[in-house]
Design a protein around this ligand. Structure first.
Ligand code: JD8
Length: 243
């Protein structure tokens, strides 16, 4: 899978993309994540990406022309895109284009169902706004999807793009060591929160480990874990059981 990220802060993404299983998946060539500096698509000496809002008011709005030039350049860059045949027509704003996700507080809330849907694509383009947001015409003609990471406000779309990349990359075939792992976890096949976990030492600051986990009875362990998962879900997240 190839993921292109458009941002004025590519350095914000660099560290998180390098570390842990995500960094390893990129090194192994399972995942091709590319960040692009939006300022490389400006046309003035000062590399301006924003302007004052029509109608007045505080803050600045990101320009439609810069965003569209950037998106079209990235859409039409087919180098190393997984051997896709070169299409006859160029991708254009308002026309056929790869799945292009604009991160915004007004977007569809990100859920594991949406993550699974995005993970089916062979290309994603993630658009990270800043300031007061992006000209509405970019929402209309560049984005195919608008996504929000939750009901709170952050400074810009970069942290939201990282959340999408972390969630989607886990589902890319070959990225996780254990191929059975993802479906076993919270919000997976069972739709429950994960059961509690323990590791050594068996006694720590006067607290032990549930006897069943050291009993060697795998059937009893499975039953206990399922029971704990149900209890936790009922008390912490009853909404996950309503359906
Ligand atoms: C993108 C600018 C800042 C600050 C309006 C939009 C997502 N769940 C989420 N919360 N916040 C964002 C998000 C915030 C952003 C931008 C995403 C670009 N801002 C706010 C106040 C005024 N803008 C988000 N996904």
């Amino acid at each position: 899978m190839r993921i292109d990220v458009l941002t004025i802060f590519p350095e914000y993404l660099a560290g998180p993309l390098e570390v842990s299983l995500l960094g390893r998946a990129r090194e192994a060539g399972l995942l091709d994540v590319r960040t692009h500096d939006l300022r490389d698509f400006t046309d003035d000496r000062h590399r301006t990406v924003d302007d004052a809002p029509y109608g007045g008011g505080a803050g600045m709005v990101m320009r439609a022309d810069v965003w569209t030039r950037a998106a079209e350049a990235v859409w039409n860059d087919r180098a190393d895109s997984g051997g896709d045949p070169l299409p006859e027509d160029r991708f254009v704003a308002g026309g056929e284009r790869p799945r292009t996700v604009l991160l915004t507080p007004r977007g569809r809330p990100l859920t594991q169902d949406l993550v699974e849907d995005l993970a089916d694509e062979d290309r994603l383009v993630l658009c990270c706004g800043r300031y007061e947001g992006i000209d509405e015409r970019v929402h209309d003609l560049v984005a195919t999807d608008e996504v929000s990471i939750g009901d709170y406000v952050v400074w810009g779309g970069e942290v939201a793009a990282l959340v999408v990349i972390e969630a989607v990359s886990r589902l890319v075939p070959g990225v996780m060591g254990n191929e059975d792992s993802p479906v076993e976890e919270s919000f997976g096949a069972h739709g429950l929160l994960e059961h509690p976990q323990y590791t050594r030492p068996a006694q720590w600051r006067g607290r032990g480990v549930p006897d069943v986990l050291t009993s060697g009875d795998h059937g009893a362990v499975d039953a206990w874990r399922h029971d704990q998962a149900l209890d936790l879900t009922r008390t912490r997240r009853p909404d996950l059981l309503d359906d």
